[in-house]
Design a protein around this ligand. Structure first.
Ligand SMILES: [Zn+2]
Ligand SMILES: [Zn+2]
Length: 138
């Protein structure tokens, strides 16, 4: 499968859980919020957003954690890889971690979000747009 195609697959570190979706990846954001930081153990998380109808689990099923009201983070219960984020306020879309994508190298981030929560010592030397909250807000 070519990284240039519009069929995408990804999965967790141990391989127990795999997903697939069809369609382009057009929205990729570095998120600096506290929930992403603590849930991943990393200083930021990078997500792409796709229509939920195009997304399917093809091996295994993830465990879920409600990190805020109406929010579900799905992860592999065996190896811990965080895979998706869903929010009741955005029922048509699902956010997926770029780091779990087989072709992560082909899908660079296009913006930063929740930079009010960003760690001060983390230097952003790219020229991407930065938003204090969701990119739709400011
Ligand atoms: Zn796993
Ligand atoms: Zn976040």
């Amino acid at each position: 499968m070519s990284c240039a195609s519009e069929k995408h697959e990804g999965g967790c570190l141990c391989g127990a859980i795999r997903y697939r979706f069809d369609g382009p990846i057009e929205s990729v954001a570095h998120c600096h919020c506290r929930s992403c930081r603590r849930s991943s153990g990393a200083v930021l998380m990078t997500w792409f957003t796709v229509p939920r109808d195009n997304f399917a689990w093809i091996r295994g099923r993830p465990s879920r954690f409600a990190s805020s009201a109406g929010v579900q983070r799905a992860f592999c219960a065996t190896c811990g890889t965080e895979l998706t984020y869903t929010n009741e306020t955005a029922r048509d879309t699902i956010d997926v971690t770029v780091g779990s994508l087989d072709c992560a190298a082909a899908h660079p981030a296009d913006r930063h979000i929740w930079t009010d929560d960003k760690l001060d010592w983390l230097r952003l030397d790219d020229s991407l747009p930065a938003h204090r909250g969701w990119s739709t807000q400011d």
